[in-house]
Design a protein around this ligand. Structure first.
Ligand SMILES: [Ca+2]
Length: 500
């Protein structure tokens, strides 16, 4: 219409119309620039890619299915650590946890370098409210779990603030139901479910024996996935009722892999390969991304979506709406102390090949961590140990219970997705291994890995940090004599917090 008007207008009028047009474009652009989307980060505890949209069978997650359909699903998304606090530390800072001293679980002595701030600091600067939790979800989703000292005057989140009209917000919500409970909560979820997952429908990974107790444990875990899917629906309904859904980007992710042997705590795929689904304004529907992506990329993505320039010290790249995006060839992840188990492993994962360096091979995978020995945390562990002692596990299943770990692991994920065939000593794979070793060494060097240092031979060795065993509740309970009188008030208080 404007074009037609200009065609018939006198030259002077045409000039005015041109100016008007330019003005309209300018106003439109500035409004666009100012329209900051709300961002809701739904961080599910301890889940692998065990969702129908990723191919899992036997469970129903209609809300997540829909979210994936309406947006983008990342099929090769990894956390930079298989443990809650280290993964969250990396995510909150946009840096590998090994690069700034946050690599040991629940290390509250760590002080961030002056220039490193939580990502919420930058969101706040851009005008965002930064909110933690939501009353609609189980235990209100307020877990933070960061391995660095926080500034009480400038907290990571505006804990008690609510959504303010006209102000964009970033809301992080922890979905805790998928975290193994210390009581019978999971069993209660299954009992209350109108459609408990059928034992015959679940897939038993080849590293676990096909046993009714194992099937029940997997089915119960799936029931909790259905539970959080319901919660996601509630959060979406709330946003819709408040008229906020249309301008809200919803991000769903797992903070580390499923709480099962080879999962949480370990650098096997089941410990670090987790779901990431993003949908909302500006994100096209029905997208699948098969690039190698990780937690630090998600941090950069959140800032970028909020219109914040990603600070230079951050080590990831924005995955969405980023004209400079370049698919990376590999992701890196690290495992260090988890509770009382001091360990040190690093991995580089490419699309096809994966290499793990275990710098403390003397520490077995089944290291008898006090927390995992709790009856409700790894309920099938006693059964697996019993079957192992009786010689009833096959080689793939017995592997986890070896007295030591191999120093190196190399897997062809394309042909061996369950990581059953360690190719580290295979003559045919030495070139591939050498390439990955070099890559990992360079990453350790370039990322300034605080958990490793070179010895006289130039080999990487773990930097072991002393810690207070008695400050870890489950370990203190097990070592009652050693920790007598040392656990007092601190640990009593700790009973109120969640164990991870
Ligand atoms: Ca977790």
């Amino acid at each position: 219409m404007l074009e037609r008007l200009m065609k018939h207008a006198r030259p002077q009028t045409a000039n005015y119309l041109l100016i008007l047009l330019m003005l309209l474009v300018f106003i439109s652009l500035s409004v666009q620039g100012k329209t900051q989307p709300n961002i809701v980060l739904l961080m599910a505890e301890d889940i692998g890619i065990d969702l129908p949209s990723y191919g899992a069978k036997g469970l129903q997650t209609p809300n997540l299915d829909k979210l994936a359909k309406n947006g983008i699903q990342f099929n090769r998304f990894y956390t930079n650590s298989p443990i809650c606090s280290t993964s969250r530390t990396s995510l909150m800072t946009g840096m590998y946890q090994t690069s700034m001293g946050g690599h040991h679980h629940r290390d509250k002595t760590n002080v961030l370098p002056e220039h490193v701030k939580p990502m919420t600091h930058y969101l706040r600067q851009a005008g965002y409210s930064v909110l933690l939790g939501n009353e609609l979800v189980y235990t209100a989703g307020r877990k933070l779990d960061l391995n660095f000292q926080t500034d009480k005057k400038n907290p990571v989140f505006d804990r008690k603030k609510k959504i303010e009209a006209g102000k964009p917000f970033f809301m992080q919500i922890q979905l805790k139901m998928t975290h193994r409970a210390m009581d019978d909560t999971w069993q209660q979820v299954r009992k209350a479910s109108k459609h408990p997952v059928s034992l015959s429908d679940v897939e038993v990974p080849p590293y676990l024996p096909d046993h009714p107790e194992v099937r029940l444990d997997i089915a119960t875990y799936y029931d909790t996935l259905e539970y959080i899917d319901h919660e996601i629906g509630l959060v979406q309904q709330q946003l819709k009722a408040q008229g906020l859904l249309e301008n809200t980007i919803i991000i769903f992710m797992g903070d580390n892999g499923r709480c099962q042997i080879r999962g949480k705590s370990y650098l096997f795929e089941d410990g670090i390969h987790v779901p990431l689904i993003v949908a909302g304004p500006g994100i096209s529907a029905n997208q699948i991304n098969n690039d190698m992506t990780d937690g630090i990329d998600l941090t950069a993505s959140i800032l970028h979506l909020a219109g914040v320039q990603v600070p230079e010290h951050m080590q990831g790249q924005a995955l969405l709406n980023n004209p400079n995006y370049q698919a990376k060839g590999a992701i890196y992840a690290a495992r260090d102390r988890h509770d009382e188990i001091v360990d040190n492993s690093r991995t580089v994962v490419e699309k096809r090949y994966k290499y793990i360096a275990n710098f403390m091979p003397q520490v077995p995978w089944d290291a008898r961590m006090a927390y995992y020995d709790k009856p409700t945390v790894r309920p099938i562990l006693p059964l697996l140990r019993e079957l192992h002692t009786a010689g009833k596990l096959n080689a793939d299943q017995a592997y986890f219970f070896a007295k030591t770990k191999p120093r190196e692991q190399l897997y062809d994920l394309e042909n061996d997705p369950w990581e059953l065939n360690n190719l580290a000593d295979s003559a045919a794979h030495q070139k591939i291994k050498a390439r990955l070793v070099k890559k990992l060494d360079q990453w350790i060097e370039n990322s300034n890995d605080h958990g490793l240092s070179k010895d006289a031979n130039g080999d990487w060795q773990p930097v072991l940090k002393a810690f207070d065993l008695c400050s870890i509740r489950s370990a203190a309970e097990r070592n009652k004599t050693l920790c007598a009188g040392k656990t007092g008030k601190k640990n009593k208080k700790k009973k109120k917090t969640d164990k991870v």
